[in-house]
Design a protein around this ligand. Structure first.
Ligand SMILES: O=C(O)CCC(=O)C(=O)O
Ligand SMILES: [Fe+2]
Length: 386
């Protein structure tokens, strides 16, 4: 089980600096490819997220849990999720601040591309075959995040994050990473294509099967991985609220969970706004704007400028903002009391808060809401068909 990497504390929560990571953590991520951080967000938030999320998944040891053999939550815990705490972690100013700090960019230039919590079980059976994630082959994550190939090491385009909600001592399943030892590290001399699932090599997730099939078909590649990757892998010692910041061009793998246990992890990714070849891996943040719970509308309306930017919302001063768009966006989100002042201020002309047109829109909006409520009540009290 490789040597352990221990988490280092972020700058104090109480000091609330815009840049929450220490210089050593930033340097570790930039040079070695990872930083294991604790104390980034309040533990109370992690505990809340854990209990909100775990309720949606099969209990460990159950027959259903034996069938969960791969990454993910079938969309259940993707952002925006039914767990408010998970959404809060995703857009936590300290997490966004850390992302921007690692990439060396303004907060406004950070974009969210992934947020999903998922369970991994210590199962009795490994029924996933070649695709089973119990004991993963060492891999890099860029193939299903980037349409291209990561740029040169010194020019990082994205940040990958795994937040843990459990203690590795209780549940096992330490993530292993291969630290980059410097510009001459053979493991990181590109192109990064020596892995199942890349460049025509069949995708296999299970370590034993992946390495055996490489040994058979690409013996040179298998030998290279055995020499330069596996012996260098180190295990992340996590507790609730530990964040592993890594990169989509860093070698890593998931290891087995203790039998009968469940490990909850929250995967988050960010990119630079100018790297459009890095995809949003979910269905897009606007897609849930019609949900009757209004969660996404509320996140936009009540969020900070930084949080909205992370979702791709135009920042104050962006050419998108005109008198017309300012009024129109206000009309859309006024029911959730969106504060348009930062956008108005950057646009420069005073907001027409008392204009007749805006009052009319407000009244119309209010009337439609009342009508909607009345119809919903009527629907609830009417007899249901078969
Ligand atoms: O489970 C883990 O610790 C890592 C998972 C992982 O790397 C992946 O699914 O790509
Ligand atoms: Fe991975």
């Amino acid at each position: 089980m490789g040597k352990w990497i221990h988490p280092e504390p972020a700058l104090a929560l109480s000091s609330n600096p815009p840049e929450p990571l220490t210089n050593a953590q930033v340097q570790s991520w930039r040079e070695s490819g990872f930083a294991l951080v604790e104390g980034l967000v309040p533990l109370e938030l992690i505990d809340r997220a854990r209990s909100e999320v775990i309720a949606h998944f099969p209990p460990p040891g159950s027959p259903e849990s034996e069938r969960v053999t791969d990454f993910g939550s079938s969309g259940l815990m993707e952002f925006p999720s039914p767990s408010d705490a998970l959404n809060e972690i995703t857009l936590h100013p300290r997490l966004l601040g850390a992302g921007a700090q690692l990439l060396g960019i303004r907060n406004e230039d950070l974009r969210l591309t992934q947020s999903e919590a998922w369970p991994k079980y210590g199962r009795k059976t490994q029924t996933g075959g070649a695709m089973d994630n119990h004991d993963q082959r060492i891999h890099i994550d860029y193939p299903n995040h980037s349409l291209a190939h990561p740029a040169e090491w010194e020019n990082p385009e994205s940040v990958a994050v795994i937040a843990y909600f459990d203690r590795v001592e209780d549940v096992g399943g330490a993530t292993q990473v291969v630290p980059r030892s410097g510009p001459d590290d053979p493991a990181y001399r590109g192109p990064l294509v020596r892995s199942p699932g890349i460049g025509g090599i069949p995708f296999v997730n299970n370590r034993e099967q992946a390495e055996a099939s490489l040994q058979e078909k690409y013996p040179e590649l298998a030998n290279w991985r055995r020499e330069h990757l596996y012996p260098k892998a180190r295990s992340a010692r996590f507790g609730p609220g530990t964040f592993l910041f890594y990169r989509h061009d860093v070698w890593h793998r998931g290891t087995p969970i203790a039998e009968g246990s469940i490990r909850l992890a929250h995967n988050v990714s960010f990119r630079r706004s100018d790297c459009e070849w890095i995809s949003t891996v979910h269905k897009g943040w606007a897609w849930s704007m019609y949900d009757s719970n209004h969660v996404m509308e509320r996140l936009i309306a009540r969020g900070t400028v930084q949080q909205r930017c992370a979702l791709g919302f135009p920042e104050p001063g962006h050419p998108y903002w005109t008198r017309a768009t300012l009024d129109a966006v206000r009309a859309r989100f006024d029911f959730e009391e969106m504060d348009m002042r930062p956008y108005e201020a950057a646009f420069g002309s005073p907001a027409p808060t008392s204009s007749a047109a805006l009052d009319q829109l407000r009244n119309e909006n209010q009337r439609l809401r009342r009508e909607n409520e009345r119809l919903s009540r009527q629907l609830e009290s009417s007899p249901k068909n078969g």
